[in-house]
Structures are given as C-alpha cells and as structure tokens.
Ligand binder design. Structure first.
Ligand code: 0O2
Length: 269
C-alpha cells in the first residue's frame, strides 16, 4: 500500500508543477495589464491539485479503474480564473486560445447552459507540457473561468454538496437555486454599471500613481531644500488632494517635476 501511495505521489508531480507554473503565468498576466495601465479581465487566480482521496472518489463515481484515473480524469490539475464581470469571461477565453504554451482540448459553457444545480462557470480543458526529473509530460488542466458572484455561489454550494454527499435536503436545494438566480441578477446589474465601475477603478489607480509621484518629489525636495518652503508646497498638495480635481492635481504634479528638475533632485520612487 505504501509503495502505491509513493507511486501516486510521483504521478502527481507533473500536475503540481503545471498548477504552480500556470498560477505564476496568469498572475503575471494581471501584473502586465496593471503595469500597462490597462484593465485586467482576470481579477484573481487560484490553483489546486485534486487530493488523492478526491481522485479516488471521483474515479469510483465515474466507474474509472484507479490505474486509469490520471489518463481519464481531466481535472486533477485545476486553475480558477475569477473575473469581475461576465463580459470579461470571453476575453479571458480568447486570451487562452491565443497562447502557444497550452492547447485547448475541450470547452463547456455552463454560463449559457446553467447546470440544474444552478452552477455557472466557463470550463476549458487545456493540454499543457511540463518538464520534471521524470521527463516531459503533456497533461490535461481544467481551467474554470467565472465571476466573483459565480465563485461565491459555487464555493458555498460545493461545501454543502460535500456535507450532504448527494443527499441535499430539498429546502436547501431550493435556496441554492434561488441564490444562483440572485447571482445571475447581480452579474447582470453589475454589467449595467460596468463602465462606471471601470472608470472609477481607473481614476483611483491614476490618482494613486499621481500621489506616489508627488510624494516622491516632495520627499526628495524635503531632503535638499528649505523645510519651510517645502511645508508650503506640502500644504498646497494636501488641499488639492482633499478638494482639487484630477486636472489640478496633474498640473501640480507637473509643476513639482519642474521644480525638482531645476533643483536637480532625484525623485524618490
Ligand atoms: P472539485 O472538488 O472542485 O474538484 P462531474 O461528472 O460533474 O462530477 P466532470 O465530468 O469532471 O464532473 O465535469 P464538470 O461537470 O465540468 O465538473 C468539473 C468541476 O466543475 C467539478 O469538479 C467542480 O469543481 C465544478 N462543478 C461542476 N458542477 C458543479 C456544481 O454543480 N456545483 C459546484 N459547486 N461545482 C461544480 P469536482 O470534482 O466535482 O469538484
């Protein structure tokens, strides 16, 4: 038995590596969007390798002999990409299909075709190649793409499924179906104000960058200048920060750049 478990651990190595690599890649995608000052269609990335007990359970449920489990179960390695808006999902699917480091094998749209349980998500199975000390292996990875609202529902429902093991009481099933509909409504409502939400998020980001720029200059000037003069500039900044418009703050930032350049001080990043 111990030997078998040891072999299983070895067999799971490529799946663990695939999940680690893909989490890094998708998280980096978010960073690249942010660095470019663009909206990221992915909000959060999660990854997991199915536990041995849940592989055994799923194989048993599907009538798959255990020695065929790694070949026939396609979700041993799983990635979850969580988006803010439903509209982000096709964008993420397009991005994945355009990549050369993975190949889409199959897809299921549980958003247009909601499961009877109320489950919604977009599923892709991709083939992904990893290199381990045991050699090169191409394995399936299931990528679930869903909104924050869909994820909230699925996580809760999954825990209840686990608790009731297929014998979910009717009144809980009904509540879950009603709450699944509530997430459809929530996603719809959020889509209606998507542009406003995105503009607000963009403005927040721009203001944060502007403030960081201003503070970098102020700190550098403070080190090299008359402290009273800097105190005045600082008060002007506080006033604009509280009461000014973005245009005024931008103009202040440009002026401060000029002052810093004239005094030959290096902005503190
Ligand atoms: P875990 O613990 O997340 O890995 P199935 O025959 O439905 O069990 P299959 O054929 O692999 O599964 O494909 P499917 O239906 O696309 O489901 C794969 C995964 O999607 C599931 O893996 C869940 O993560 C998720 N999922 C599918 N249906 C539901 C649902 O009704 N509720 C929730 N919460 N999640 C769902 P596992 O192995 O079931 O679970």
């Amino acid at each position: 038995m111990q030997l078998e478990i040891q072999l299983w651990k070895e067999q799971l190595v490529p799946y663990q590596l695939a999940v680690k690599e893909l989490v890094v890649k998708f998280e980096d995608m978010i960073s690249q969007y942010k660095q470019a000052g663009l909206y990221s269609p992915i909000e959060q990335v999660e990854g997991r390798v199915k536990t041995l007990s849940s592989i055994l359970e799923k194989a048993r449920k599907k009538g798959i002999p255990i020695e065929e489990a790694t070949e026939r179960l396609e979700d041993i390695a799983g990635i979850r990409l969580i988006c803010q808006f439903v509209e982000d999902i096709p964008e993420v699917v397009r991005e994945i299909k355009g990549r050369t480091d993975m190949e889409v094998d199959s897809e299921i749209d549980y958003i247009s075709h909601t499961k009877p349980s109320g489950y919604r998500s977009y599923h892709l199975v991709v083939r992904y190649t990893v290199q381990t000390i045991y050699g090169v292996q191409t394995i399936p990875v299931e990528i679930q793409i869903r909104t924050l609202a869909m994820n909230f529902w699925a996580v809760i429902e999954h825990s209840l499924q686990y608790k009731y093991k297929g014998n979910m009481p009717e009144h809980i099933k009904k509540r879950l179906i009603a709450s699944a509909q509530a997430t459809v409504d929530l996603d719809y409502e959020m889509s209606q104000i998507r542009e406003e939400v995105r503009a607000a998020q963009q403005m927040f980001k721009e203001k944060a960058n502007l403030v960081a720029d201003i503070l970098g200059n102020l700190q550098a000037l403070y080190r090299s200048e008359n402290k009273d003069a800097i105190a005045n500039i600082q008060s002007e900044f506080y006033y604009l920060y509280e009461h000014g418009t973005m245009d005024e703050l931008e103009a202040f930032c440009r002026q401060l750049d000029v002052v810093a350049a004239r005094r030959n001080v290096q902005k503190i990043q």
